[in-house]
Ligand binder design. Structure first.
Ligand code: HPA
Ligand code: ZN
Length: 325
């Protein structure tokens, strides 16, 4: 699997720092890195899992650090043979040392353009607002997404803790996004049940759902996702770390896939979850006996649900088919 090309649509910049990146900035042993940056076995919930982001955010507050984090992530893409990625981040979380959100977007935008050339890997950016944010904070993020639409920003997302916060503050910007033709994603159905996915679909009208795995509990919802071609960005190991399922065997990815839902395979937070895309693929081989054809299908699902234009999608689909054949 390692040499086969992959598409990754759900990966957070502030959750994916490698040990090397951290060790260049802090005197830290690998053992302490694991202790402080990786959610351990005692991690008991999504809330617990997300608490580890803080350590990474501290290291993402300057232009050099943000640019290096993109390089760090492209290095990880290279190891996984990712050929196209959509990288998400929240522009309001990197201003602790004076960068403005506009500057943050520009730095990441330019770093991606630079890395695309260097690595021959294509990537775009998704701007995430957080559930706990006010409508005004979300508006700020939305304005940046709209302003940078013709650069590397391709969509908005809603992230953070589904258990603790609702979606009410963000309905306004998603309505604007619909009017302005700005692509929409939202995390939902990760911890809460199918009602959270329904609520998100009805109010935010996303073309993709981050996780959405709890949809498996409602067959009407499954039919709806299939009919409307709403893609689920599934991140299996991330869900296991958050103790949403006890092990991969109990995780619904295989059933969602077999029932015909458009699912893709993603890492989410490579550091906190301590995973790679290769690792995710290997786990699916080990537990569900997935074969090349299954991974090809999921990668075609992902590229089809990406925010690339149709010509590019066609080209990537051809590349995927040629490589997996
Ligand atoms: N859920 C919500 N917000 C997040 C996640 C997640 O899995 N990862 C990073 N931010
Ligand atoms: Zn996520």
């Amino acid at each position: 699997m390692e040499n086969l090309p992959k598409i990754e649509l759900h990966v957070h910049l502030d959750c994916c720092l490698s040990y090397d990146f951290v060790a260049k900035r802090r005197k830290i042993s690998h053992e302490d890195f694991i202790k402080n940056f990786v959610a351990g076995d005692s991690c008991s919930s999504l809330t617990d899992h997300l608490s580890f982001v803080r350590n990474e955010l501290e290291l993402l507050q300057t232009e050099v650090d943000l640019r290096d984090a993109i390089i760090d992530l492209f290095n990880q893409f290279k190891s996984d043979n990712v050929i196209y990625a959509e990288i998400r981040f929240c522009p309001l979380l990197h201003s602790e040392k004076g960068l403005t959100p506009e500057e943050v977007v520009k730095i990441l935008n330019d770093a991606i353009i630079e890395c695309q050339e260097l690595y021959n890997i294509e990537a775009n950016l998704i701007l995430a607002t957080l559930r706990e944010y006010s409508p005004e904070q979300s508006q700020l993020i939305y304005d940046l997404a709209k302003k940078n639409k013709h650069k590397k920003v391709v969509a908005i997302d809603l992230a953070s803790d589904e258990i603790k916060y609702g979606i009410g503050n963000h309905i306004g910007i998603y309505k604007l996004a619909m009017l302005d033709n700005v692509n929409r994603i939202a995390h939902a159905g990760e911890v809460k049940g199918p009602e959270s996915v329904w609520e998100t679909i009805e109010n935010l009208n996303p073309s993709r759902i981050g996780h959405g795995v709890k949809s498996i509990e409602d067959s009407k919802l499954i039919d709806y996702l299939i009919e409307k071609k709403i893609h689920l960005e599934v991140c299996p190991s991330s869900n296991l770390k958050s103790k949403i399922y006890p092990n991969l065997k109990e995780h619904p990815i295989n059933e969602l896939y077999k029932r015909g839902v458009s699912v893709g395979i993603n890492t989410d937070g490579r550091t906190m979850t301590y995973t790679t895309l290769n690792n995710e693929y290997q786990n699916l081989i080990n537990v569900f006996g997935w074969e090349k054809a299954d991974f090809l299908k999921c990668n075609i699902n992902s590229i089809s649900a990406s925010f690339l234009d149709n010509d590019k999608k066609e080209r990537y689909i051809k590349q995927l088919i040629n490589s997996y054949r």
